[in-house]
Design a protein around this ligand. Structure first.
Ligand code: TXA
Ligand code: MG
Length: 350
């Protein structure tokens, strides 16, 4: 398949009249799949009402069939078409955070969505993205759009059109390039089917943000305890991994440097994921800064770009700094833990 490439300038607010948007929307109506930017990561969109379109998404990504997709909408009125029995809590969260990086799990409307999209579950994940290109495409085609991250399964999610192209060129109908994404990690997924909302996947909207609106929120136990079975099917898979093994390091700068030296003495090329503040303190074969520790949003923004960038180097092993898990730090550490398959090295304290 020849993949179409479109470029749009997302600062213009006449997106509806872009012929590129029209063309992409037309392909979506024909059950083709198209990648577009959102404020979190690039999504691979397809008609959520069509088995044929959903099957194309799973095939292009190499995604396991038991991992359901998020359905994207462009207006709040669309929620009632796909979800039922929406709770007060869910209403308040949608009101507070949409459009934005919050996905809510709701009871689904029977017989509307493709069964493939919901992986046979009775619930549906719904999100209204805060990105002019995503909103214009969804609005133009008038359909609920299933859109997982536009990467091959297991790779870091794409934060630029270039990443999408690296993974999916030749297997999807089109890619809309609308520049780099903002948040950089996927949306926060919140189960709103119970009495209090439960965070199944941490993201740009934090537990603290949610509690400020609805008073109380919980975190799925599987996010902090590896022995628990996650409630969100996708969370059990290894994800976000570069090719070289990643290790999470917890210790002083001098201890980190000696770990690096040890590996290099054994003839290994060592990559280091660090931050602007620490950049000048280290010596390794490849050192990549990933944002600033004093603003964890900058770390989230650059994380996938940096993990992907290591694949363009010849490092044998990647060491990574670690971060506190409050605020957006929880989302960062969740993704890093997966990239590292939970491999940690701790400095022994005297
Ligand atoms: O930021 C995002 O959410 C991006 C952009 C493209 O919008 N999309 C995204 O989709 O990350 P995906 O498919 O890569 O992740 C969907 C997550 C998975 O962890 C999946 O298991 C969970 O949402 N999910 C979907 N439907 C669910 C449901 N009914 N119950 C529980 N979890 C669900
Ligand atoms: Mg994904």
């Amino acid at each position: 398949m020849r993949t179409k490439h479109w470029h749009v300038d997302n600062s213009v607010d006449v997106l509806d009249t872009y012929p590129q948007i029209e063309e992409a929307a037309e392909l979506l109506k024909q059950d083709e799949v198209v990648a577009f930017p959102t404020e979190t990561v690039y999504g691979l969109g397809g008609n959520a009402l069509s088995d044929q379109a959903a099957a194309k998404i799973f095939a292009a990504k190499g995604r396991p069939a038991d991992n359901p997709l998020i359905v994207h909408i462009a207006s709040k009125q669309q929620v009632a078409d796909i979800a039922a029995n929406i709770s007060q809590t869910a209403e308040r969260l949608m009101e507070a955070f949409w459009p934005g990086p919050l996905t809510v799990i709701l009871e689904k409307q029977p017989n509307r969505l493709s069964q493939l999209v919901t992986a046979g579950l009775e619930t549906v994940a719904v999100r209204m993205p805060d990105h002019p290109v995503a909103l214009a495409v969804i609005h133009k085609c008038g359909l609920p759009i299933a859109a997982p991250s536009a990467n091959r399964s297991g790779k870091p999610s794409p934060t630029s059109a270039r990443h999408v192209q690296d993974d999916l060129d030749g297997v999807i109908a089109g890619i809309i390039d609308g520049g780099d994404t903002g948040v950089g990690v996927e949306s926060t997924v919140v189960d709103c089917t119970g009495s209090i909302p439960v965070i199944l996947r941490p993201g740009g909207i934090t537990k603290e943000d949610i509690e400020a609106v609805v008073g109380e929120a919980a975190i799925d136990a599987a996010l902090t305890d590896m022995n628990q079975q996650p409630k969100s099917p996708g969370m059990k898979y290894k994800h976000y991994a570069p090719e070289a093994p990643v290790y999470l390091l917890n210790g002083s700068r001098s201890w980190v440097q000696s770990r690096i030296n040890e590996q290099r003495q054994e003839g290994k090329k060592v990559g280091l994921l660090t931050t602007e503040e620490n950049l000048s303190f280290y010596e390794a074969d490849v050192i990549l800064p990933c944002g600033r520790r004093d603003d964890l949003r900058t770390v989230a923004h650059s994380l996938y770009e940096v993990l992907r960038a290591f694949n363009e180097t010849d490092v044998d092993i990647i060491y990574s700094e670690t971060f506190p898990t409050d605020g957006v730090g929880l989302a960062i550490m969740n993704r890093l833990e997966k990239a590292a398959a939970h491999r940690w090295l701790h400095e022994k304290r005297k």
